[in-house]
Design a protein around this ligand. Structure first.
Ligand SMILES: Cc1cc2nc3c(=O)[nH]c(=O)nc-3n(C[C@H](O)[C@H](O)[C@H](O)COP(=O)(O)OP(=O)(O)OC[C@H]3O[C@@H](n4cnc5c(N)ncnc54)[C@H](O)[C@@H]3O)c2cc1C
Length: 598
């Protein structure tokens, strides 16, 4: 066992982890542990943009952004944190620009912006250009920029190290235990502050836009240490994943004028009950549900479980004319093939590679895909982890990015608000973690700091049953996609919970082929599956108990939002054979709950 000491240790090298490390390293010795090489983190896959009311093309205000985010969250987001994020947004985007991020430009050299679902001009209700973008590679550019800056700032990187446990003592957090993937050696990182930034857990579901590494490690590690997970029933299904594969087609396509078409050739989003005003640019929960209902009614393409997303100039221009859509300067909105090519190069490339079709001349077959966890490790707006309904702080522990729950996304996240969440709360958690480190000493490590992590690995290595992890994983993904997906019922979710619990028992009986130490991905995949199973259980129990429909949590048996009973955050604790729930208040500042109309 090797031991290291840093004032601040960040677990995860995506946008959130790197921004936190960059800011922490300004005053504290800082290390980043990452199971992936940093620039392979999922932030690099983010395509569409980062939201900020710069108003570069038309009138816009941070207050409008705040209201849209509150409304998009179906009023479950904490309004103090949302206000803070939206107000910080313009300055943080300029900060990224000054770090060297190559944003796409307007003709007069400003950062270019595009419309995105749920972002509106609050006076007219029409879509507003708020998403700042670098073609369809915005996340890639953020990741590269922040990685360069972190290297420049002398952050120490432990690449391909997998964190397995956080060391929690009676006085607070004392460090992290990680496995060096190349050698199988255990490392203990003694730290004053630990920041979790391990990303999401979309691999719980069969069809997902998420990377293979999205196994919810941070949430599972903290759950096992008695820390609750918040609002786990709210998992976003993005409307447009490539049929059967789940690979994401950015909402930016709809921002550029792409339309959704059913098997009868109708543009169904304009139907009454869906989103007759903003149509394809309604929030994601609304569009995914409309697609689900169309397909359920047999209106998928050829009656199958997919629809078309069409961004061919012919269709875009036809519907732009019907909608009376104009450019911010008042001229009619019309696009050419060249423009589509230059604004969506990666999307066109994906479709040619994976489908053999060219979106400039053909529609794309799409279906909703598991995309984003609104819930996660509960924190305040400085990323400090809070462990009960009274927001009691656990000293020295922080969580940020997709694995954290501030909560700015509430029951449904708006597109472009995750990248924003990463950099705003990444920055503030980095600053707060360094400040805490400056004012406190190292908490002594317990006698055997790696014991719990080693125990988990040994149990996997020594298990000698006849179950394969791939079978268990596939059965989990299928049942979660079918029953804890876009639409939910008591019966379906109960079935899913029964299955997950059965799979957890069967998991104790797995057999791994590789028992060695060097690059043993078998054992790590098994450990990751145990994380996914715990998260699936917590998600399903939280969802079963919430007897209403709100944001991404849509129940056939309770179709209405019920503010009287359910305007509250769920907190879930993982127990030996059960999940314990409690609830905490939502923070309101300016906006009273209203029925959402798009
Ligand atoms: C295809 C796609 C497109 C998207 N497009 C947009 C968009 O246009 N706009 C937007 O706002 N949002 C978008 N999102 C959402 C957004 O990109 C993510 O929510 C966000 O990037 C997550 O960042 P993160 O820093 O929290 O995690 P990540 O970037 O995923 O980083 C997680 C890090 O944690 C590390 N890690 C994980 N587990 C461990 C462990 N056990 N030990 C050590 N390290 C670990 C990984 O190595 C990685 O470095 C998109 C998401 C997807 C999947």
């Amino acid at each position: 066992m090797k031991q290291h000491q840093f004032e601040v240790v960040v677990v995860g090298a995506g946008g959130a982890g790197l921004m936190a490390a960059l800011y922490a390293s300004k005053t504290a010795s800082t290390a980043v542990i990452s199971k992936l090489y940093p620039t392979r983190s999922h932030t690099g896959a983010a395509q569409g943009g980062i939201g900020a009311a710069l108003g570069n093309l038309e009138e816009d205000h941070p207050e409008w952004h705040t209201y849209d985010t509150v409304k998009g969250s179906d009023y479950l987001g904490d309004q103090d944190a949302i206000e803070f994020m939206c107000e910080e947004a313009p300055s943080i985007v300029y900060e990224l620009e000054h770090m060297g991020l190559p944003f796409s430009r307007t003709e007069d050299g400003k950062i270019n912006q595009r419309p995105f679902g749920g972002h509106t001009n609050n006076d007219t209700g029409r879509p507003v250009t708020r998403a700042c973008y670098a073609a369809d590679r915005t996340g890639h550019m953020i990741l590269q920029t922040l990685y360069q800056q972190s290297i420049k700032n002398k952050v120490t990187f432990y690449d391909e190290f997998q964190a397995l446990d956080v060391i929690v003592t009676d006085d607070g957090v004392a460090g992290v235990v990680a496995l060096e993937i190349a050698t199988g050696e255990i490392h203990v990182f003694h730290a004053k502050s630990v920041i979790f930034a391990t990303g999401g857990w979309g691999r719980v579901w069969e069809i997902t836009s998420n990377a293979y590494a999205y196994t919810g490690d941070g949430v599972a590690i903290t759950l096992r240490r008695g820390i609750p997970a918040q609002d786990m029933e709210f998992f976003q299904f993005h409307p447009t994943g490539i049929y059967k594969m789940g690979i994401l087609i950015t909402e930016g396509v709809r921002g550029e004028g792409g339309v959704l078409i059913n098997g009868k050739g109708e543009r169904f989003m304009e139907k009454e009950g869906y989103a007759p005003n903003v149509k394809e640019l309604a929030s994601r929960d609304v569009v995914s549900r409309a697609m689900y209902l169309e397909m359920k009614a047999g209106l998928g393409i050829e009656g199958k479980r997919y629809l078309y997303l069409d961004v061919t100039p012919e269709m875009v221009n036809k519907y732009a004319t019907l909608d009376g859509r104009t450019r911010p300067d008042g001229t009619p909105y019309r696009v050419t093939s060249e423009e589509i090519l230059s604004k969506l190069p990666d999307i066109i490339d994906f479709c040619e590679t994976y489908l053999g079709i060219n979106p400039v001349t053909q529609p794309m077959p799409v279906q909703p895909t598991a995309h984003y966890g609104m819930g996660g490790i509960p924190t305040d707006k400085f990323g400090q982890v809070v462990v009960d309904k009274k927001n009691k702080i656990l000293p020295g522990l922080y969580a940020v990015g997709e694995n954290g729950c501030v909560s700015v996304h509430g029951a449904n996240r708006l597109g472009t608000n995750s990248l924003l969440d990463l950099v705003v709360f990444g920055k503030h958690s980095g600053l707060k973690a360094a400040e805490y480190a400056r004012n406190s000493g190292y908490i002594p490590l317990p006698e055997n700091p790696a014991a719990f992590a080693e125990e988990q690995l040994e149990a996997l290595r020594n298990s000698d049953g006849d179950e394969h992890i791939s079978d268990i994983g596939n059965e989990m993904k299928e049942v979660m996609f079918d029953h804890v997906g876009v639409f939910r019922t008591e019966e379906g979710m109960s079935k899913a919970l029964g299955k997950i619990r059965e799979l957890k028992v069967r998991f104790k009986n797995i057999k791994l082929d590789d028992k060695g130490s060097v690059f043993n991905m078998d054992i790590l995949n098994a450990w990751e599956l145990s994380n996914l199973l715990d998260i699936a259980e917590v998600t399903t129990v939280s969802a079963l108990k919430r007897k209403e429909s709100r944001g991404a949590h849509a129940r056939d048996d309770y179709p209405e939002r019920n503010d009287k009973k359910w305007m509250k955050h769920t907190l879930a604790w993982l127990k030996e054979d059960d999940v314990k729930l409690d609830y905490k208040d939502v923070v309101f500042t300016k906006f009273k709950p209203k029925k959402r109309v798009y």
